[in-house]
Ligand binder design. Sequence first.
Ligand SMILES: C[S@@+](CC[C@H](N)C(=O)[O-])C[C@H]1O[C@@H](n2cnc3c(N)ncnc32)[C@H](O)[C@@H]1O
Length: 241
Amino acid sequence: MNKDKIFSKRNKKIDPFEFNAEVADVFKDMLHRSIPSYLSTIETIESLTKQYIQPDSNCYDLGCSLGTATLAIEKGINVEGCKIFAVDKSQPMINKCQTNIKNEATHVPIEVINDDILNIEISNASVIVMNYTLQFIEKNKRQIIINRIYNGLRDGGLFLLSEKITNENKIIRDQLTTLHHDFKHKNSYSHLEISQKRAALEEILICDDSTTHNLRFKKAGFKNFGLWMQHFNFASYVAIK
Ligand SMILES: C[S@@+](CC[C@H](N)C(=O)[O-])C[C@H]1O[C@@H](n2cnc3c(N)ncnc32)[C@H](O)[C@@H]1O
């Protein structure tokens, strides 16, 4: 695994974060060292797929990056006639995703699509995953996406949404941020790397709080939704149609 050293040198000017080839090369390492319980989320995607997959249905991994969640969905599929759509707008991520799928996928057809999630038609779905991607989409487009997800799901279908979240309470918000930075420091990121990456992401990754996420699920039409995991300021929700 290539080690993420992207922000290790002091830069006078910090450019906004991009999912480019440099990031795609080290992304596996970056995810594991930056997102608390990332692996646990991937394992849970496989378990939930086993529970919610329906025969002859579609699955979607929206913002698939390297295809890690796509492959977890694939492992969880234990019925016939399913297809997975893995979508990402970054060409370097899609290139790596295609290689990973070629090397690791075993039994389910997977279509890898290099496009914006906003252009994707979602239909006949029983499992939809958006693992740490909604946070990169313009705020005024987020409800549109959750509505499309709801409309594209079959009855009984599952939507899993993971996000970095903020907190309405400043003291709690700062505490969770400190814990997250401590987590990254323990995973060998220097204080310089942590602060430079934070600056690069400042206008790119815009977090919502849990109240906003819950309201979006509700507005879309979901009646059954809630958190299954929160680790510091990272949260994962399930919503069932
Ligand atoms: C944090 S990564 C997702 C990690 C991945 N889901 C996983 O579990 O390993 C966010 C991804 O979303 C993609 N992305 C961001 N906005 C997008 C959009 N509007 N349409 C499609 N992909 C998008 C980025 O290119 C990036 O690969």
